[in-house]
Design a protein. Structure first.
Length: 411
């Protein structure tokens, strides 16, 4: 007899008794033989059909192209990102897609740099990315906020910038975020434009007409969410956080890399944040200052001032730029960044521009819109014992455009 477990013969115990083949058994085996033959014929037909329909790898047309991609740049506005692939934030109100338009030399740029420039903005201000990329000359992680058909504007504007400006194509990776209730949409009125590669601002203005005018404007802008999105995409050890309309100093990536390397070798500090002084200039100034000396000349002519000093002086007040930074000598032969002085105290509502380690605190996403978005970040950093120090930028310059004043410059 054969042993059984749960009604099935055991494969470990062979029966010593061989049952006789009666007529019923012979009939059973004949039926099963016919079934096996039938199944083998079906299998052969299936394999033959599969081989006939198998696409050749050289024949690209035989492989259908997906219209949805979360990592590769959509080649045109005919391609639409599906919100089902978006990553939700903690509140569930916003969704994001990373590396929608990755930089062509992203891996090379980030592997050679200690620092990324992080920026964020809306579809109507994307033209500033051109100047950012050209000035920083290193990896830029850019978050774009697009609600509904603003996505169509971003698609065409990013495509335009990547075609016309090699620094954007090579160094800037773009990510998008939108309200979950306003997923990406194509333009209801597609148009053809003749765009001038020498006029990114004009191109941006023309492309804004792709937006559906019947859509209500999004009233809340999630600045801190956007900063965190851009930060998550940066693989470097340090980050420099700016808004979309704040321009870096010429070749700032190289100079920061030199400074950070020197600091790691001579005065390593795991919890140090470096403050970059910020200035703004009058809209009548046609040429950005190239160095500290030229900026101070504008200050003395009342054509430049500390960023937001007339709007809200606490914005940059804790940096004490007029009292400390402006009075230091402007040696033309000093091109390296270094620490000028420490900032031991925190002043409420201070919003410095900073270079900080990736391990520093993240921006608090509970603050949406204008107000408490940057100062909450620096306040918390100070509370958890991070140290702040002012950078000495002599022949270096950053530039920015304020939302309240026509033009601003960051030094």
């Amino acid at each position: 007899m054969s042993a059984h477990i749960m009604g099935y013969p055991s494969p470990l115990i062979e029966s010593s008794v061989t049952p006789p083949f009666n007529n019923e058994a012979k009939k059973y085996f004949k039926v099963n033989a016919r079934i096996r033959t039938y199944l083998l014929v079906l299998l052969a037909l299936f394999l033959a059909a599969s081989l006939m329909n198998k696409p050749e790898m050289k024949d690209k047309s035989a492989i259908p192209r997906s219209e949805i991609s979360t990592h590769v740049a959509p080649p045109g506005s005919g391609d639409l990102l599906s919100s089902s692939y978006g990553l939700s934030d903690n509140s569930g109100y916003y969704k994001s897609h990373y590396f929608v338009w990755p930089a062509a030399k992203w891996e090379e740029a980030t592997s050679k740099s200690k620092v990324c420039l992080l920026a964020q903005g809306g579809a109507d201000r994307l033209f500033w990315v051109v100047r950012q990329a050209e000035a920083f000359a290193g990896p830029v992680s850019m978050g774009i906020f697009v609600a509904g058909s603003e996505y169509a504007v971003a698609v065409e504007m990013v495509s335009y910038m990547r075609r016309c400006f090699p620094p954007v194509r090579d160094w800037v990776s773009f990510h998008i975020m939108y309200p979950a209730g306003k997923p990406p949409k194509l333009s209801p009125s597609p148009k053809t434009f003749v765009l001038n590669c020498s006029d990114p601002e004009g191109a941006n203005q023309l492309l804004m007409s792709l937006r559906d005018e019947t859509e209500p404007m999004e009233t809340h802008y999630p600045q801190n969410h956007m900063r965190n999105v851009a930060r998550k995409a940066c693989p470097c050890d340090y980050i420099h956080i700016v808004d979309i309309d704040m321009l870096a100093t010429p070749r700032m990536a190289d100079k920061l890399n030199g400074f950070l390397t020197t600091m790691e070798e001579t005065a390593p500090c795991e919890k140090c944040i470096y403050v970059v002084p910020a200035y703004e200039v009058h809209d009548s100034v046609e040429k950005y200052p190239d160095n500290k000396k030229e900026l101070l000349e504008l200050v003395h002519r009342n054509l430049a001032q500390v960023f937001h000093v007339k709007v809200y002086d606490r914005n940059q007040g804790n940096g004490r730029f007029p009292q400390r930074w402006e009075v230091e000598p402007t040696e033309e032969d000093t091109a390296e960044y270094r620490v000028l002085y420490d900032i031991p105290n925190y002043q409420e509502f201070w919003e410095p521009l900073m270079v900080l380690p990736y391990t520093a605190p993240w921006h608090d996403e509970r603050f949406v819109g204008f107000g408490f978005n940057r100062n909450s970040h620096v306040r918390f950093s100070k509370l958890v014992s991070w140290l702040l120090a002012m950078l000495w930028l002599l022949s270096s310059l950053s530039a920015a455009v304020s939302r309240f004043l026509p033009l601003s410059v960051t030094l």
